[in-house]
Design a protein around this ligand. Sequence first.
Ligand SMILES: NC(=O)C1=CN([C@@H]2O[C@H](COP(=O)(O)OP(=O)(O)OC[C@H]3O[C@@H](n4cnc5c(N)ncnc54)[C@H](O)[C@@H]3O)[C@@H](O)[C@H]2O)[C@@H](O)CC1
Ligand SMILES: [K+]
Length: 486
Amino acid sequence: MYRVTSATAADLFDITATRRIERAAAAALPAHTLMQRAGLAVARLAMAVAPHARTVWIACGPGNNGGDGFEAAAQLRQRGFMPVVTFAGDADRLPPDAKASLQRARDAQVIFAQEPPTDYELTIDALLGIGATRPPEGVMVEWLQEMDASGQPVLSVDVPSGLNADTGVLSRRISADARTPRVCLTFLTLKPGLFTANGRDAAGTVWFDDLGCDKHAEPPTARLAGRPKAPRRTHASHKGSYGDVAVIGGAPGMAGAALLAGSAALHAGAGRVFVGLLDPSAAPVDTAQPELMLRDGHTLDLSDMTAVCGCGGGTAIRAALPRVLTTAAALVLDADALNAIAADSALQMQLVSRAQRGQPTVITPHPLEAARLLGYAASDVQADRLAAARQLATRFGVVAVLKGSGTVIAADGDASPVINLTGNAKLATAGTGDVLAGMIGAALAAKQSPFEAACEAVWRHGHVADTWPADAAPLTAGTLARQAPV
Ligand SMILES: NC(=O)C1=CN([C@@H]2O[C@H](COP(=O)(O)OP(=O)(O)OC[C@H]3O[C@@H](n4cnc5c(N)ncnc54)[C@H](O)[C@@H]3O)[C@@H](O)[C@H]2O)[C@@H](O)CC1
Ligand SMILES: [K+]
């Protein structure tokens, strides 16, 4: 069993693949073995999460997820804890594994009750796992709401009930100020839905147990990329070794966004950074950052540069885009550039032609920008973030970075998409997207592959927020840009 962190590199498998893995594992072992291992693992983690707990409320559902809960109840009872099981199902209709575990719980003198206990120190959510076919209903909803509001730790078995393990869509809202600590112990495979959309909030800290079945030949659905390697700088390198970045943006009144992207590119190690502003009246130099070379965004020669285009671009970016799309050696498209492209099929064709010419492009939409590009509603994008990122990558021949909780990075082709695990709500402040675009630009300029450049910059960007001290001043985009690690 191990805890998943942002440093974890691992494959993710959707429900269909997990089912195949589960069937093969079960067939190779004596009956009930997997559930007994799962229940024991739940009991062990429960004891670690709440070692002083006396009463443990275990809510069990009608399938094998409930079976894991019965098994954990039996194990906890044998270790002197007081598990109280509430069961939302029909004992006669339980699948065989779960029926056997129910019997073991009864034999261990576990208490079964109609209502949750009045006092408890830990809840185990074993209502629904990967077999959920519809949102929880009836008494399950009441129990889940009680868990959410209890303030006591919740340990979800396999997946939080009501969470789609493929997409991370949760059937209910968890209040942002709910203080309930959450852990999830997932079995056999790590599932993508635990790490994107609502998955991070619903699951909390994710633990993984392969139940002794670590060998299988399923292709992954997606990946956690883990901590990137520290880039090496040779002693004989010079500014030309790390390439030129040109930020194109900063329409009248919006120079700040372009300067932030430029600052991030600089601190992330770009050899030289030009900022091509789209405001004819802009100052010729940024005295706070004299390393940034301010230019006219409409005339800068981009043929040997990585352009970062769109930050603070406003509507002025539209006129600059045809030249940027056709001439930039490598390109990051963000914000207003993406909105302009979404509204203009000629620009879309120019974007697609870049891939045909072998000019790499990374796009960094948030869900609403992604929705505009795909012609969907933002809710459709959020309903399946992995699919949306893959569609963007395929349709436009780009690396797509779909921002949000559990940023998804997808490339055109066969590579599995990556879900990024760094970052937190400290990044929910103006300008952090401009910083990310600048960081990706620096990585591209240093001749990293576009997929690697995007994955590594997204990871490092989030890592700054994750390691920002809780008692420090708020993390502003300007500070984030200056922290951008090389
Ligand atoms: N079979 C095995 O070999 C193993 C199974 N495991 C556990 O089994 C789980 C999968 O078990 P199942 O396939 O039985 O599926 P679940 O236990 O997730 O749920 C399926 C049952 O719930 C019902 N159901 C689905 N949605 C519902 C809803 N909204 N309201 C009420 N009832 C609903 C279904 O009709 C079915 O009876 C995994 O998530 C994992 O926890 C683990 O023990 C590992 C080994
Ligand atoms: K569950």
